[in-house]
Design a protein around this ligand. Structure first.
Ligand SMILES: [Zn+2]
Length: 614
């Protein structure tokens, strides 16, 4: 229920001022959510902004704390559909009211039982597919619960059974990652029918349609879709519909070879899913053996598949030699700041790199061992030992053991068809941070990033912190580059590029946090750090520890997180979310010079302790 409050609207907004000693007329400014916004949570949401200091605020009938600077934050129950936050702010001079209208998704809708209907959205297959023998196709649609459902594949199978299941959506990531698990909502809906079919070697299909049929007993009270067919003999009524995706089944007599055409290719674990292989250079070849929508499946090894975007590859003509290469020898080259491990191949092949503290595993897909030689450079003191293994039919793996318990970045690239892995040596740090090159990235701009209740933007506070950190690190001898020097726009992907091109050893990206919809900000806030590659974890932990020691806010933890600013391999990357800008007390702290100095002092100490230990 929404409690309607009837007040005279004396004033809606008023210029914002913290310093006025006189009591001002009440005013309301909601920063989040915006009027008309669609939220992603369905049971609770936060709302924040600012009102006149020392006034009393009520939202949807509940008293909400107003901080000394006028900021407010509330975490309130909401209901699916259109939802209205009604705000009333009052003091001795009067009352102001405002409302914010949002739409709240309904994750658990069920089609009415006295109908016969099939929903147009959420069907599988939803895109065209091109598959092979052995692949399993999943079918799904949502309709009136309690019916009998079947699927047919045009020209192949007719009316195979489907089962009605309680469909459980994936848990909401926002609460799983950032919230307390107790409040995780289980999203369920009934009337979801599922089926499956495994493609047989003899199956052949060209753009075949998938037909779903849902039937139930005929009753007078039923609301029937216009195309429903009534069968008076069996006293049933049924409804048919086509899935939007069509099915092609190909038998690959000639393997389809593809080549990566993007400057940097990412190979994923499924269509649109997570990263399997990072930063694959142009010109790498692989065998394609399927397609779902715009995603092409590549076969890396007998038991390893990956997915790439159709627009990022080219198809090579039949007869192209298959992506395989014998690996005869390995050699290393010593350079002042790094050691290069060189693996000559006959063509560019996909590869994967895994790290442990003093070990690198390099897998080459399509590599076949004929390795009789490993030539160690006599001047190289970094590499302890290189050994190889043939993990499976076409997966060659190098195990590179280092004489360094901490890694300082690596870069894998092709020089012609030689695969080159550059492994960085520890920089020579003379005293304090002398000799260390550090890139500082002030998060965001041109976009604001997160915004606090009184309108403080992340892009401005991140820049203040970046400059403070720069001066402090320079005082201690480090060489510093900023990826952004002012309020100018800097493309997200240009930031790590600027850091690596400057030859930095460490990249610190500075941010301030906000929560996703539906997570309670009163119990989830504080300082946190983020890393991606194992090599950056000890630095992230060291910085987190020093920040927690200095800042009087909760320890929100260290996270593995796949961000553009944490993914580069050439240097150690840590992203710091200093405080929660959406949380009134922490937004106030971020306006305070003493707090900002403690933040950069913590980051500096974290870097310094890390360098001393490793
Ligand atoms: Zn940010």
């Amino acid at each position: 229920m929404i409690k309607k409050t009837l007040f005279l609207i004396w004033l809606i907004t008023l210029p914002h001022s913290f310093s006025s000693a006189q009591e001002e007329l009440p005013a309301i400014n909601v920063v989040y959510p915006k009027d008309g916004q669609t939220l992603t949570s369905s049971d609770s949401a936060f709302i924040f902004g600012w009102v006149t200091p020392r006034s009393s605020l009520v939202i949807n009938g509940l008293d909400v704390e107003v901080y000394p600077n006028g900021a407010f934050l509330a975490f309130l129950g909401i209901q699916p559909g259109e939802f209205i936050f009604e705000l009333a702010d009052s003091n001795e001079k009067g009352v102001a009211v405002d409302s914010v209208r949002v739409s709240v998704p309904n994750y658990s809708s069920t089609i009415s039982e006295d109908s016969l209907a099939i929903e147009k959205t959420g069907m599988l297959p939803d895109v065209d597919m091109n598959l092979r023998a052995g692949d399993i196709i999943q079918f799904r649609f949502k309709g009136t619960p309690g019916g009998k459902a079947t699927f047919s594949i045009e020209g192949l199978v007719f009316n195979l059974p489907m089962t009605q299941s309680i469909f459980q959506n994936e848990k909401y990531w926002g609460r799983e990652v950032f919230g307390d698990k107790d409040s995780t909502n289980q999203i369920q809906s009934s009337g979801v029918y599922t089926g499956a079919y495994q493609i047989k070697p003899e199956d052949k299909l060209e753009n075949a349609k998938v037909i779903f049929q849902l039937s139930r007993e005929l009753k007078d009270s039923l609301k029937l879709a216009p195309l429903a067919e009534v069968d008076k003999v069996s006293n049933t009524v049924s409804l048919k519909t086509f899935a939007s995706g069509r099915i092609t089944v190909t038998q690959d007599l000639i393997p389809q070879i593809i080549e990566f055409t993007d400057s940097v290719q990412i190979v994923r674990t499924g269509p649109g899913l997570g990263y399997l292989l990072l930063f694959q250079p142009k010109g790498i070849r692989a065998i394609a053996n399927g397609q779902i929508g715009e995603w092409v499946r590549i076969k890396l090894a007998p038991s390893q598949e990956g997915w790439v975007k159709l627009g990022s590859i080219k198809l090579l003509p039949p007869g192209t030699s298959i992506p395989r290469s014998k690996i005869n020898l390995i050699r290393t080259e010593n350079r002042p700041d790094r050691v290069s491990v060189i693996i000559p191949l006959s063509q560019r092949l996909p590869f994967k790199i895994e790290q442990d503290s003093s070990e690198i595993l390099l897998s080459i897909f399509g590599g076949i061992s004929n390795t009789d030689w490993v030539k160690y450079n006599p001047e190289d003191e970094l590499i302890n030992q290189i050994s190889w293994s043939q993990l499976q039919e076409s997966v060659y793996q190098l195990n590179i053991k280092l004489n360094q318990k901490q890694q300082w970045g690596y870069d894998a690239h092709y020089d012609g068809t030689d695969l080159v892995l550059d492994i960085n040596k520890k920089p020579k740090i003379e005293k304090d941070l002398d000799g260390l090159k550090i890139a500082i990235d002030a998060g965001h701009s041109p976009e604001d990033g997160a915004v606090g209740p009184t309108g403080l933007t992340e892009k401005e506070v991140n820049l203040h912190l970046a400059y403070r950190l720069k001066y402090l690190l320079e005082e201690h001898g480090a060489e510093v580059v900023l990826t952004r020097g002012g309020m100018e726009a800097v493309e997200l992907y240009d930031r790590p590029k600027r850091a690596t091109e400057a030859g930095s050893h460490i990249l610190i990206s500075i941010h301030n946090n906000a929560l996703p919809d539906g997570v309670n900000p009163f119990i989830n806030n504080g300082v946190s750090t983020y890393y991606y590659h194992p090599q950056s974890l000890p630095l992230a932990r060291s910085i987190q520890k020093e920040l927690v020691k200095r800042l009087d806010i909760p320890d929100y933890g260290t996270y593995y997180a796949s961000f553009v600013l944490t993914r580069p391999t050439q240097l150690l990357c840590v992203l710091v979310e200093c405080a929660f800008i959406m949380y009134p007390q922490q937004e106030m702290m971020l306006r305070d010079d003493k707090f900002k100095q403690e933040v950069v002092e913590g980051i500096y100490r974290g870097i310094k302790k890390f360098c001393r230990e490793f």
